[in-house]
Design a protein around this ligand. Sequence first.
Ligand code: FAD
Length: 382
Amino acid sequence: MLVHKVLVVGAGIGGLGAAALLGQRGVQVDVIEARPDSAVLGVGINQPANSLRALARIGVLDECLRAGYSHSGNTFFDWHGNLIVDCPSRLGDDIVPANSALSRAELKRILLGAAESAQAKIRYGVTVETLADDGEQVLVRTSDGASELYDLVIGFDGAKSAMREMVVGPDHDPVFTGYGVWRKTVRRDPSVTNTLLFQGDRSKAGVIPLSQESMYLFLVTPEPGNPRHDRADFATLLRARLAGYQGIIGALRDGLDGPEGIVYSPLNEVLLPAPWHRGRLVVLGDAAHMAAPHLTQGAGMALEDAAVLAEELERGTDLDPAMAAFMNRRYERVKLVHDASHAILVGEMAIDAAAIPTASEHMRETLPAQTAAVEDALNRPF
Ligand SMILES: Cc1cc2nc3c(=O)[nH]c(=O)nc-3n(C[C@H](O)[C@H](O)[C@H](O)COP(=O)(O)OP(=O)(O)OC[C@H]3O[C@@H](n4cnc5c(N)ncnc54)[C@H](O)[C@@H]3O)c2cc1C
């Protein structure tokens, strides 16, 4: 390995994946996490086949599949439940299914187990205070008073990354898209066996199966001005935004009885220009690239980053060319996800109630080929 001692900043999905993959290769890995513990939001996460392949490289594929609900593709309806088009997924192969969705808590538990089994040492409630890269090593002082030398510091510190500015400088903050997502885990309706999407009046609802018992409901909506909603109002706000939906989504709306379990997330985007590293510092995952969640590829892109970095650090003879090889393998693929996700978000949010019949016709004609093109690219080895 080109590195022997690494600091990973952020014990999220990508950070834990990187800690496991590097630890398994004999690297001494410290992980620092700003939060006081490993708790995560109580909602679900879909893992498409390429993400499952990254989880396989970590050695946790079977565990993830057992914890989740494997399914194929998306079926599109309008908000009154009329079928628009079925898009069976082209992802997957004999080893991995097209998709497997699971609770975020389960994914976190599994990745944490993999990182700890690989001897990574995780400290909670700790952040970076200062970094000094002298070209040979990085001296890192952390908020718990520790000072250590590392061969590489990996910023996997998510959307609000502090590492981003330290690596690529200012002016790269994520940009609010104008839209947000509402989510809640609910009891699975037996008819929900893959992702069902419902086009509404400048909004889109959906359900994704998470297990035999549970599924998750989501709604994408315009949120002009990036409001800070009061949690106590979540049920009222979500119910109002779901007005007009019939069928399964209408029934879920009518069953909303309080704010408990509802999560609201503004949708932000960022795609750092290449390279994502400077000297012995690198930012990966959401810290470097955050797309709208429409292809459910965020965790997959973070885990692929981790897997490719570990491989290039293992096969390389010098750090600079290894990092250049990493960037070569990552940038276009991440940009594809970023651009395609943005196009879907903007396109669906432009459809108002009156335009749903013509938009449905257009989706029927164009969506299968568009989806196939993106999925064929993502199904190729990363
Ligand atoms: C509404 C919505 C739905 C989504 N659905 C999906 C989906 O179905 N499938 C999918 O693959 N992706 C989905 N995503 C995206 C996915 O959650 C992210 O892309 C993924 O979590 C990125 O992993 P990461 O490790 O880069 O960041 P994170 O998982 O966010 O981890 C970052 C970690 O860094 C920590 N941290 C932050 N600042 C510091 C600091 N200064 N010092 C130390 N630690 C710090 C944080 O506390 C956190 O633990 C969705 C996103 C949204 C918003």
